[in-house]
Write a protein that binds this ligand. Structure first.
Ligand SMILES: O=C(O)CCC(=O)C(=O)O
Ligand SMILES: [Fe+2]
Length: 202
């Protein structure tokens, strides 16, 4: 690992059938506060419809896609065209790339306005991400519980509390063998933003 990051020791969340590492304080508190504010204000948030069991419903969160604007990206049946990078996203991307030692082409952003907003069980296993994608997930705002379960043994579960300024790395065969979700939480009144950096293979 890059020695600049010697103080950022990952915690292992999953180490069978894939690898998931967690770095709670990847960004310090004041940078994280500034990123949360800038992203809420500057990102072009939209609420997209999705088809569920033949019915059109609105996603329970706001989303946006930034990255190379010439590569279209399909996600849960929606074709999204990326907005071009903006400054705060490039600052976050640079830090994550230096830490991971790999590059990303896109970031998918999710804005959970409060505990009623959520994301259901899924895998990020689109063909365009390749066999064993590295997905780098950054969180700002209120803590939310993030859950994993084995795709073929849904009783086998793991959970991690994703805190303000944290980085979660999903690697190797994780997207093949594990699903993940961000469940609703009635008590939570505050917003959270999540960024998943991905590399779309052209
Ligand atoms: O909000 C999160 O922590 C998860 C987001 C996610 O799984 C995704 O964007 O694919
Ligand atoms: Fe995901």
């Amino acid at each position: 690992m890059n020695s600049l990051f010697a103080d950022k020791q990952p915690i292992t969340i999953i180490n069978t059938f894939g690898e998931v590492d967690y770095i709670p304080d990847f960004f310090n508190n004041s940078d994280s506060d500034a990123f949360l504010k800038a992203l809420i204000e500057d990102i072009e948030w939209v609420q997209e419809p999705i088809w569920m069991f033949g019915k059109k419903i609105m996603q329970p969160r706001l989303t946006a896609l930034y990255g190379d604007p010439y590569i279209p990206y399909r996600y849960s049946g929606i074709e999204m065209t990326a907005h071009n990078w903006i400054k705060p996203l490039l600052r976050i991307k640079d830090e994550i790339e230096a830490f991971c030692g790999s590059e990303f082409s896109h970031v998918l952003l999710n804005y959970y306005r409060n505990g009623q907003d959520s994301m259901g069980w899924h895998r990020d296993n689109e063909k365009s991400l390749g066999e064993n994608p590295l997905i780098a997930s950054v969180s700002f705002g209120i803590d939310r519980e993030f859950q994993f379960r084995k795709y073929e043994d849904k009783q086998s579960k793991k959970a991690v509390n994703l805190t303000h300024g944290s980085l979660l790395l999903m690697k190797g065969k994780t997207q093949q063998f594990w699903e993940h979700q961000l469940p609703k939480s009635k008590k939570i009144k505050n917003p959270r933003i999540n960024l998943t950096f991905r590399k779309i293979l052209g």
